[in-house]
Design a protein around this ligand. Sequence first.
Ligand SMILES: *Cc1c(COP(=O)(O)O)cnc(C)c1O
Length: 360
Amino acid sequence: MGRVYNFSAGPAVLPEEVLKEAADEMLDYKGTGMSVMEMSHRSKAFDDIIKEAEKDIRELMGIPDNYKVLFLQGGASQQFSAVPMNLMKNKKAAYIITGQWAKKAYQEAQKYGEAIAVASSADKTFSYIPDCSDLDIPEDADYVYICENNTIYGTKYKTLPNTKGHTLVADVSSCFLSEPVDVTKYGVIYGGVQKNVGPAGVVIAIIREDLITDDVLDGTPTMLKWKTQADADSLYNTPPCYGIYICGKVFKWIKKMGGLEAMKAHNEKKAKILYDYLDQSKLFKGTVVPEDRSLMNVPFVTGDAELDKKFVAEATAAGFVNLKGHRTVGGMRASIYNAMPIEGVEKLVEFMKKFEAENA
Ligand SMILES: *Cc1c(COP(=O)(O)O)cnc(C)c1O
């Protein structure tokens, strides 16, 4: 069996070139006689890997010098705790609830202070992004929190909320490096890399330096204090070395593809093929309002749970895998991250057309 078209929401498809390169270097990384998995995180070879990775992501995203780039563990979910622990000086923060991941972060923050839901799209199963132009944000809120691309529901902020001068914190797990970003608009950008950047086990956090302090909540574990990690250049303890090495290769791949502008064009082209088909299909229907649609995660339904099931089964047999929607939503979801080739989406749409004709 060859490679399938993998529409998984995460861990997800990675560029084939990157996987091949990693395979070539598996037994002997650049004449060291060992795999990156086997080497000390204090070695010269690994120091070069992590420094090069940081340099490349800084270049790709245009990260200003007054921001730190941290390579961490614990998944995006661990930052749900780290964010309030590091930032809740006034023990108050504003959360915008646009799906399950935002809600989990909000619930976690309630353990540490007053987390206030200032907007939500729960009334329509998170199928849109609420108007965030004039939110009622308390003066003394420490930050405003968003989940920028909602992996499960398939929505994405097209304009950032008006935070009224407050620090913006964004979970970008499922839209990381998918398009250009103005880092200066954020205090903290973080994401688990297993959606769009690399293998599970690495979280990248980009944090403005003035937010990295010793003034954290009492009881904050040493490992969750951003300053611990920043002072040690992400090497306070053993980092997820192999994952960082693969992320570094993905950064090089994105650079070779033309950077984030080119990625955006590539992603828009792919998403358009799928959305255009969904918009005219008599069988399948997208679940998100057009203006808030994600370029990365595309949920759709037939309206008949049995037919959805049949579609997923037949698609899987044809080599289009992981199209089943999230267990809380049902239906289907095609995640079409950076590394999904355009042919993958074209062939999926061809398959959907055939299924539609056969099941009309
Ligand atoms: C997958 C995902 C998470 C959870 O990531 P873990 O690394 O499993 O903790 C959080 N936020 C978003 C937006 C996600 O897509």
